[in-house]
Write a protein that binds this ligand. Structure first.
Ligand code: ZN
Length: 403
C-alpha cells in the first residue's frame, strides 16, 4: 500500500497549482501541424522559455532528414521542425526520460484551429489533449519535484519532438540516444477519459515499394512490356495473404500507370504492416523481402523497398509491468479511481523507448478523447490530477532508486 508523506504532500500541492490551463490555451492557440514549420518554431520558442524555469540546459535539436517516395517515384526530403531537449542533473543516481510532442495532426489550413468550451471543464481544441496538455503536465510535475528534497536524487532528460504524429522519423535517433541507461521513462499521450492507460502496443511500419517494369505499346507489342501495375497489384495480394493474428497488413495505395495504350513501367505500392510482437516483426520483414524477390522473378520486374518499422512492438515486460503497478499504486494513494491499462492498436514514441529496453508508461498525460478529430477534448480537472500522479510516481522512483 503506497502512502503519501507530509513532504510528498507539499510537493503534490505545488504540482496541482501550476498554471497548466493557461499554458495549454496559449500553446494550443498556435497551429503546429507536423508540416507547419513556422508554427512549430513559435511553439518551440514558447516551450523553451517555459522549460527554462527548470535548472539545467535547454536546447533545440535539429531534425534528422526524412525521406519519402513521391507519387512519381522520386525521393523527396521532408522538412521537420526542431526538437526541444532539456537536461537536468545527468549525474544523479536515478535518471528519468520524459517525452512529449509539440506537433499535431492538424495542418495550418485545417478548419479546426479554435479553442472552445464544450461545457464547464471540457476544452475542445486542436492538440489540447494530444498533447499540449501533456507538456504542461510534464513541466508542472518537474517544477514541483525541483522544489522538493527528492530533486538531488533524480536527473532527467525531457524530449519534446516535432514529428511524433508522422512517425518520429526525424527524432527516433534522439529518442534512442536519450533513453539509454534510464531508470524509467514517462510519455505524455493522453489517458482515456476514465483514466485508463495504454498497455501493450503493436509495432508499425510504413513501406513504399517502387516497382520498375518496362513500357511497350498496348496493342503492337505488349509482350515486350513488363507491367509494373500488375506486379504491384500482385504484390499487394501476396502481402495481404501474410495477415495473421500476429500481423496486420494494410495495402493502402498504388501510385502509377498512365495512358490506356501503354504498358505501365512504374508503380508504387504503399503498405502498412503492424506486427504484434518483436518476433512477428522479424518474421514480417523476412516475408516482405522474400515476397519482393518472388515478384521480381515472376513478373521480371525490379522492386525497390523504402521504409522501415519505425515503431517497434511494445510488449509489457516485467520491468514495464512494475512501472505500471507503481503508477497504479500512486493513483490509489491520491484517491483516484482505480487506474487500469489495456492493450491498444495505436503506436507512439513509447514504442521506440520500449525497444531500447527501458520501462515506459506512455499515457501519463491528462484525460481526454476524440484525438485526431475536430472533436478533440481535454478534461481540464485532470491536469492537476495527472501532474500529481507524475510527481508522486517520480518521487517514489527517486526513493526506491528503481521501478
Ligand atoms: Zn499524441
Amino acid at each position: 500500500m503506497t502512502s503519501i508523506t507530509a513532504t510528498e504532500s507539499a510537493t503534490l500541492e505545488r504540482a496541482a497549482d501550476a498554471p497548466m490551463l493557461a499554458q495549454v490555451e496559449r500553446w494550443a492557440a498556435i497551429n503546429s501541424g507536423t508540416g507547419n514549420l513556422a508554427g512549430l518554431k513559435a511553439v518551440a520558442g514558447q516551450l523553451a522559455d517555459a522549460f527554462a524555469a527548470l535548472p539545467g540546459t535547454v536546447r533545440l535539436v535539429a531534425p534528422d532528414p526524412v525521406e519519402s517516395v513521391a507519387p512519381d517515384g522520386s525521393i523527396r526530403t521532408a522538412q521537420r521542425g526542431d526538437h526541444l531537449h532539456v537536461r537536468v542533473r545527468p549525474d544523479a543516481p536515478v535518471q528519468l526520460l520524459l517525452t512529449g510532442h509539440m506537433d499535431t495532426v492538424f495542418a495550418a489550413d485545417h478548419p479546426f484551429q479554435q479553442l472552445r468550451w464544450l461545457e464547464a471543464g471540457v476544452l475542445n481544441g486542436p492538440g489540447t489533449a494530444d498533447m499540449k496538455a501533456g507538456i504542461a503536465v510534464i513541466l508542472a510535475a518537474l517544477g514541483a519535484l525541483e522544489a522538493s528534497p527528492f530533486a538531488e536524487r533524480v536527473g532527467y532528460d525531457v524530449m519534446i519532438n516535432s514529428d511524433e504524429e508522422t512517425g518520429s522519423h526525424a527524432s527516433a535517433a534522439l529518442i534512442a540516444e536519450l533513453a539509454k541507461g534510464k531508470t524509467a521513462a514517462l510519455t505524455y499521450e493522453p489517458a482515456l477519459p476514465d483514466g485508463t492507460l495504454a498497455g501493450a502496443r503493436p509495432g508499425s511500419g510504413n513501406f513504399s515499394v517502387i516497382v520498375h517494369g518496362r513500357s511497350a505499346h498496348a496493342g503492337r507489342n505488349p509482350e515486350d512490356g513488363r507491367n509494373a501495375l500488375i506486379a504491384a497489384a500482385d504484390l499487394a495480394l501476396r502481402l495481404n495473404a501474410l495477415k495473421s493474428l500476429e500481423l496486420k497488413v494494410n495495402p493502402a495505395k498504388i501510385d502509377g500507370g498512365g495512358p490506356n495504350n501503354v504498358v505501365p513501367d512504374q508503380a508504387i505500392l504503399r503498405i502498412n504492416l503492424r506486427p504484434a510482437t518483436p518476433e512477428a516483426m522479424v518474421a514480417a520483414e523476412a516475408a516482405l523481402r522474400g515476397t519482393l524477390a518472388n515478384i521480381e522473378r515472376d513478373h521480371d520486374v525490379r522492386c525497390h523497398l523504402h521504409g522501415q518499422f519505425n515503431r517497434p512492438p511494445k510488449p509489457l515486460d516485467p520491468a514495464a509491468t512494475r512501472l505500471f503497478e507503481l503508477v497504479r499504486d500512486c493513483g490509489a494513494a491520491l484517491g483516484l479511481p482505480p487506474i487500469r491499462w489495456n492493450a491498444t492498436g495505436g503506436v507512439c514514441d513509447g514504442n521506440n523507448i520500449a525497444a531500447c529496453g527501458i520501462p515506459v508508461v506512455d499515457t501519463m498525460g491528462p484525460r481526454g478523447g476524440a484525438i485526431h478529430s475536430a472533436d478533440e477534448f481535454l478534461i481540464v480537472d485532470s491536469l492537476a490530477e495527472r501532474a500529481q500522479l507524475s510527481a508522486l510516481a517520480m518521487m517514489k522512483i527517486a526513493e526506491r532508486g528503481t521501478v
